[in-house]
Design a protein around this ligand. Structure first.
Ligand SMILES: *Cc1c(COP(=O)(O)O)cnc(C)c1O
Length: 433
């Protein structure tokens, strides 16, 4: 299997190269040259996530040096549960796919851990250490820091906008130490992103460091996310004999794209509905056919505050015809007022506590039912509500129990360096001056 750029099918690389590069030289995103085809019977003897992932991903690794180690990579990355939990009191058959049982309590742990497992093997014989630079608006930095912490072949620098992430997110960014350095930048997320881009272009840094990113557009983060859709789809298929429908909280569209790819290769998933926050780029596009990226607006579901979702380029590469694309996915916009009301209502009526991101999917479920939707639905839960206690607790009027993995991180000392938003300041830090 080879990987091509969304912008140029003649640019063709191996999986290892696509993972090591992150983005294609022409600015396009790597996609599989062709998709394999599976049927549920191919997974008949399998019930556990690492084994389902290995079988699903085998053709995507075919011919690559990593192929021989795919089993070990899956075992390393998928070492926490991804349960499908029924919601008995719901007004229609409903399950929650809980993606928040990893080290930093959000679904990004899956992709970050898989990427670390791949990169560690790709870099095994490299002479130099890799330096991973991550700009984060909240969840990505923590997941990447956790996944790469204490790996001897890599240094990590996390840049986040000081004061602009939740208290517990800040703690998850700064609690690592060792090979992870956390910079609280006096600026915005855009400043952090700009600094990372400038660092990549800086000749002085290129002399002393081999820089890389662990950006969410890396194919090594996307492929493993197909696995939990495969597992959940198969589970409900075996139980009910039908395809379940999935509602995915969506920002940069990486998680939802993995669901679309899983269905495309033949796994039993029914409808796929993208739940967005007030950022309307995706919903407007699916209505009008006009792609109009715009600056992001801040919402309670901050990890989904994306005005120009990168992975739409991959979705459009899969379905270049707009009407065809429209037939593949629906989208539904949920604003902050609805997010608040849904968290409040479902904590009473369904005894489920949602994080603000997951609440967009829960609201969409009720909206679809009101319009006559049928079948079994799955709300994809992307983060644990305890991560967003400042939003959730006042709404539900009680404390959100903190999962043990998060509790452990909250107890660690915070280690971070304040940073002016300039390349000179970042360079001086990285070069130890
Ligand atoms: C990153 C994130 C999202 C958005 O996922 P995309 O793949 O960018 O669409 C949703 N919820 C949470 C909690 C996240 O951290």
């Amino acid at each position: 299997m080879h990987y091509i750029s969304t912008r140029d099918p003649n640019h063709r690389v191996s999986l290892s190269q696509a993972i090591a590069r992150g983005i294609a030289p022409d600015g396009g995103l790597y996609v599989p040259e062709s998709f394999p085809h599976s049927v549920p019977r191919d997974f008949a003897d399998l019930t556990e996530l690492p084994q389902i992932a290995e079988r699903l991903l085998e053709p995507f690794f075919a011919g690559d040096p990593l192929a021989a180690e795919l089993g070990a990579i899956c075992a390393e990355a998928f070492d926490f549960p991804v349960p499908l939990v029924p919601v008995p009191g719901a007004p229609a058959p409903l399950s929650v796919l809980e993606l928040f049982h990893g080290p930093t309590s959000a679904f990004k742990d899956v992709g970050a851990r898989f990427l670390a497992a791949c990169l560690g093997r790709i870099r095994r014989d490299a002479g130099r250490k890799l330096t991973i630079l991550v700009a984060t608006s909240g969840d990505t930095g923590g997941a990447v820091a956790a996944a790469f912490h204490n790996k001897p072949w890599v240094e990590v620098a996390v840049l986040y906008p000081k004061g602009l992430v939740s208290q517990r997110q800040a703690q998850q960014l700064a609690c690592w130490g060792g090979n992870v350095r956390t910079f609280a930048v006096s600026g915005t997320f855009d400043d952090c992103q700009r600094l990372v881009k400038e660092a990549f272009l800086d000749p002085a840094l290129a002399e002393t460091h081999e820089l890389s990113s662990a950006n969410s557009i890396n194919i090594g983060r996307l492929l493993p996310q197909m696995s939990y859709y495969a597992k959940a789809g198969l589970e409900l298929w075996r139980e009910t004999g039908r395809r379940a429908n999935f509602i995915v909280p969506t920002g940069n569209l990486g998680n939802a794209l993995a669901a679309v790819w899983a269905r495309h290769v033949g796994l039993p998933l029914g409808e796929i509905v993208l739940a967005t926050n007030a950022n309307a780029t995706v919903t407007d596009f699916l209505r009008s056919g006009e792609w109009k990226p715009r600056p992001s607006v801040a919402t309670l579901a901050s990890a989904m505050d994306v005005g120009n979702p990168s992975n739409m380029e991959r979705l459009r590469a899969l379905h270049p015809d707009f009407e065809e694309l429209q037939a593949q996915v629906n989208a539904s916009l949920v604003d902050d007022i609805e997010i608040r009301a849904t968290i409040r209502r479902d904590s009473h009526e369904l005894e489920r506590i949602w994080c603000p991101h997951t609440a967009t999917a829960a609201k969409t479920f009720r909206r679809l039912l009101a319009r006559g939707a049928r079948g079994h639905w799955v709300v994809v839960a992307t983060a644990h509500p305890a991560k967003f206690d400042e939003v959730v607790e006042p709404l539900i009027g009680r404390e959100v129990p903190v999962p043990p993995s998060l509790e452990r991180l909250l107890a660690l000392p915070r280690q971070e360096t304040e940073l002016e938003p300039t390349l000179e300041a970042l360079r001086a830090q990285l070069q130890g001056r």
